[in-house]
Design a binder for this molecule. Sequence first.
Ligand code: SF4
Length: 225
Amino acid sequence: MTVRQYDRLVQEVISNVQSYLEYLKEMGISALPISEGNPARVSSPTLEEIRSELGNCQRCKLHRTRHTLVFGEGNKKAKFMIIGEGPGYEEDVQGKPFVGKAGQLLTNILQSIHLQREAVYITNIIKCRPPQNRNPEPDEIRSCYPFLFKQIHAIQPRIICALGTFAAQTLLKTDIKITSLRGKFYEFEGIKVVPTYHPAYLLRNPERKREVWEDMKQIAKYLVS
Ligand code: SF4
């Protein structure tokens, strides 16, 4: 092994350890559970456990105006996870993600790459509808994010599609616009992330559908690789 290869390997190990420590922190663990002959092991909570931990969540002000907390639904072992912004009117009424017009469009987009909705797992950055469908506020995203983080670890998808500005910017910890982010591959906790436009945006700007289709085709290609 050359010195350069060795350096790269060390950097990779350090980066993996940093990610693991961040993961432990997000899980609320502040000390490593190490004992001789019994290596440290942290198992992810299941989706049921995460839902149960959320309970009748009142961790942010959105609980005051929501009707239903929309946790997420789909294949618990999905290779492909879709993360949107937050519930809208229909989702708030039905308690399911992406069931309104934007939801129908999402179903059509998935079918265009030969994927059934039931094969993927769909959730949002925030689990409660903001009043009048306004944008989620930073304190709301902060309060809800740990549960999304746990959902991702419980499902362990191969690839995530982040729909719209808030999903993309939250996962990628950036404030770069979705127009620049979309269609490229990024990493989140070792999982590929491809941002694209939100279906609600496509309803207002149908001329952008082709770009989303191109992004989805890239995802489909990765899924069979
Ligand atoms: S948006 Fe998230 S943090 Fe806020 S009340 Fe709903 S579930 Fe709780």
